[in-house]
Design a protein around this ligand. Structure first.
Ligand SMILES: Nc1ncnc2c1ncn2[C@@H]1O[C@H](COP(=O)(O)OP(=O)(O)O)[C@@H](O)[C@H]1O
Ligand SMILES: Cc1ncc(COP(=O)(O)OP(=O)(O)O)c(N)n1
Length: 270
């Protein structure tokens, strides 16, 4: 079985973060491992507290996973501060871990800040240059460049992010009018279209998308095909989003369709 490592933060409500990553890995048929860098006290309504671990905690977990289990792909999620980002970048490069997908999580859907201001520079200088793919959403893409959001300029922004060193940029479009993701590989743009599901139960869609993308890279797909399949998995998880969980926007359900096709969806979800 191929393996994917998530380096990310816990969401106690389990809609996003490392919990969403493990569900997406399972959905995509890879064995998921984790390196926890921080934890949030979070539910569907909001983020109440964030507790970051010392960077060494991330380093030791990544080393433990790499020396025994190994990783065919790695994804990073919420890394919260500059010290953690630097330590993760150094460790992934030192251990020569392949297929790094960097999801530069900055703000939760509820509006909470999930990245310290001075950490943006660490993403730009240290983690992006070693990434196979970075997956900012449209707002993050502009914020990473200190620019105001403007959908008309999305291609320029992708080019500018690519110039920071990642091999590929996927700007996810869950909050745009078209709902399409945009892939830029340094030569050409590919729009990745698909169904847009209304309903608003999309908490964790970004985490699910980047984990699915890492999974498909671990399975050996080329980047464009992996990005198409990742959008399908994320959109499907939104389609089956669980409105009945919590009072805020419900968590995505990465396994909804799989359970339905197995005939056990109603039995499981009540
Ligand atoms: N309502 C939706 N319908 C279909 N796909 C969606 C929807 N919302 C998000 N997605 C998909 O989920 C993935 C993550 O999207 P996005 O919302 O941009 O990220 P984030 O959760 O980081 O803000 C993308 O592939 C996007 O196209
Ligand atoms: C612990 C943690 N990590 C990441 C996020 C953001 O996740 P995302 O998939 O971008 O989903 P939304 O929260 O924006 O719906 C988070 N909230 N918590």
């Amino acid at each position: 079985m191929k393996k994917a490592l998530s380096i990310a933060t816990s969401d106690s409500g389990a809609g996003a973060g490392i919990q969403a990553d493990l569900k997406a890995f399972l959905r995509c048929g890879v064995y998921g491992t984790t390196a926890l860098v921080a934890t949030t006290a979070q539910n569907t309504v909001g983020v109440k507290d964030i507790f970051a671990f010392p960077p060494e905690v991330a380093v030791r977990q990544i080393e433990a996973v790499a020396e025994d289990i190994g990783a065919d792909a790695v994804k990073t999620g919420m890394l919260f501060n500059a010290g953690i980002i630097s330590a993760v970048a150094e460790t992934v490069a030192r251990l020569d871990l392949p297929n790094l997908v960097v999801d530069p999580v900055m703000v939760a859907e509820s509006g909470a800040k999930l990245l310290e201001d001075d950490a943006v520079e660490s993403y730009r200088r240290e983690l992006f240059p070693v990434a196979r793919v970075i997956t900012p959403n449209a707002n993050e893409a502009f914020a990473l460049l200190g620019a105001e959001p403007d959908e008309e300029r999305i291609e320029e922004v992708a080019i500018e992010l690519h110039s920071l060193g990642p091999e590929n940029v996927v700007v996810t479009g869950g909050h745009t009018d078209s709902g399409a993701d945009l892939l830029y590989d340094g030569r050409k743009f590919t729009r990745i279209e698909g169904p847009v599901h209304a309903g608003g139960n999309a908490h964790g869609s970004g985490c699910t998308h980047s984990s699915a993308l890492a999974s498909f890279l671990a399975l050996g797909l080329p980047v464009e095909e992996a990005a198409r399949r990742a959008r399908e998995v994320a959109a499907e998880a939104v389609q089956y989003g669980l409105g009945e969980v919590g009072a805020g926007p419900g968590p995505v359900h990465a396994l909804g369709r799989v359970l339905e096709e197995a005939g056990i969806y109603q039995e499981v979800s009540g």
